[in-house]
Design a protein around this ligand. Structure first.
Ligand code: FAD
Length: 422
């Protein structure tokens, strides 16, 4: 009998898995149920419409640093389908890719629609059945060994709206993506899964009313940011916006601190080292050199090259120093205050803001529910998970889509191995 495979969610992981499944199990009946009216709607807007589909991993110090949730699982799964495999896979399907200086990988066309169109074409060509406007409201396992399981398969699938009949499947793969609200996972209730409470990740931080917001548009290339009272810290460029702080270092920090900040109502003290990894002694030396070189110059006119004049003036004021003061007038106390601000500048954050509408979910289906090798449920044979619906998420840079490709591939391979023709 033909194996009926239901994929719930037509996003990155679901569509990729569907193609991989049909490559390995051409005889299987693979159906993708998508609640929206189009497949891959989120992929279409990724990377600001350019789709940062993976990363070269060249600057990745550890998998833990890029996957704050799910690093152990990803370490294992990336051995099966890595960024190199993803790169080759997309190029083998005719999409030319480019790696930017920051190691993010995009289609050379700079158009996410090329990815959407290619995946959609491959699904159609391989005979995947696509059912859009099908929001799954329930997945019920049929009783093991009874006649219904024999004829209808292991699972019965119901849809919202009441106008669509239930459907059945032998194998179900859940790829419904991130859901920052717990209600988005209610369709899994009958399966009694452990859920790790979902909260948002990847956001900018608000410092309402603070003077620094006047410097909107200022970018500092390499800062270290952290949250007072925690060990959470992140490096990278920082962007000052009219509501507060943003840019890669802040997004990274928001990812590491997603749960902590949620628990504190997004109120926290943010510290910034404007000199990145440099410590107080190193920064003090830098300041001494500046002071020696420009003794008779006003402090506002001689400043570290990686900062701009407006930010420097702000830092001087934060340190209680008058910008028009001459370097020769800076005593030890003033120097210490300046070094302290440069390495440990403090701001109260009072909330979060979306970064270019980009966010991911921290939390979801807990990893304890599944086999790390196959992504199959430990309690329900034939039920698989892939993508952001699981408690796996990454910092920005193409790592989230890579997780979707990797998990989609592994889940498809596991299904083919276990449920394909022997
Ligand atoms: C604006 C934005 C930009 C981003 N840019 C990038 C980027 O450049 N690079 C990167 O790596 N990551 C990026 N991300 C994150 C990335 O898009 C996601 O991590 C990735 O799409 C997750 O893939 P997925 O298949 O798990 O979920 P999704 O791609 O979200 O797909 C899930 C699908 O399931 C459907 N669905 C949900 N519930 C049901 C249901 N009950 N029944 C049926 N269907 C359902 C949804 O409609 C959706 O189509 C971005 C995210 C956003 C929001």
């Amino acid at each position: 009998m033909t194996t009926r495979i239901a994929i719930i969610g037509g996003g990155a992981a679901g569509c990729f898995a569907a193609i991989c499944l049909k490559e390995r199990m051409p005889e299987a009946c693979v159906t993708v149920y998508e609640s929206g009216n189009k497949l891959l709607a989120k992929v279409a807007v990724t990377g600001g419409g350019r789709c940062n589909l993976t990363n070269s991993f060249r600057d990745v110090r550890s998998i833990e640093a890029v996957y704050p949730r799910g690093s152990r699982l990803m370490k294992r799964l990336l051995r099966e389908f890595s960024h190199v495999d993803a790169y080759r896979w997309f190029e083998s399907k005719g999409i030319r890719l480019v790696t930017q200086d920051d190691q993010c990988v995009f289609p050379a066309s700079q158009d996410a629609m090329e990815i959407v169109a290619t995946l959609t074409r491959l699904m159609k060509m391989s005979g995947v059945t696509i059912k859009t406007r099908h929001r799954v409201s329930n997945i019920t396992p049929t009783k093991k060994g009874d006649a219904k399981e024999e004829t209808d398969g292991r699972f019965s699938i119901s849809f919202s709206g009441g106008d669509k009949p239930d459907e059945c499947a032998d194998v179900v793969m859940v790829t419904t993506g991130g859901s920052p609200k717990p209600s988005g996972l209610e369709f899994l209730n009958s399966l009694n899964l452990e859920i790790s409470h979902p909260v948002p990740s990847l956001f900018s931080m608000c410092t309402p009313g603070h003077d620094i917001t006047r410097l909107t548009g200022t970018v500092v290339d390499n800062v270290t940011t952290g949250l007072t009272g925690t060990k959470l810290r992140a490096n990278g460029p920082l962007l000052i916006t009219h509501w507060g702080m943003s840019g890669p270092s802040i997004l990274r920090l928001s990812s590491y601190a997603a749960r902590f900040l949620h628990g504190n109502g997004y109120k926290a003290e943010l510290w910034i080292n404007w000199f990145g990894d440099k410590n107080e002694t190193e920064v003090a030396e830098h300041i001494s050199t500046l002071a020696d070189e420009g003794r008779q110059k006003q402090m506002c006119n001689t400043y570290p090259r990686h900062l701009n004049g407006r930010l420097w003036e702000h830092i001087l004021k934060q340190s209680g120093l008058k910008p028009e003061m001459r370097w020769a007038e800076l005593g030890n106390k003033g120097r210490n205050r300046l070094v302290s601000t440069l390495t440990n500048d403090r701001y109260m954050t009072e909330g979060k803001n979306k970064f270019k509408e980009e966010f991911v979910t921290c939390g979801g289906v807990a990893l304890g529910n599944i086999s790390a090798k196959t992504l199959e449920s430990k309690n329900h044979e034939g039920l698989y998970f892939a993508g952001e619906v699981l408690d796996v998420d990454a910092v920005t840079g193409g790592f989230n889509l890579q997780a979707a490709w990797t998990m989609g591939y592994v889940a498809a391979k596991s299904i083919a191995t276990k449920h394909g023709k022997q």
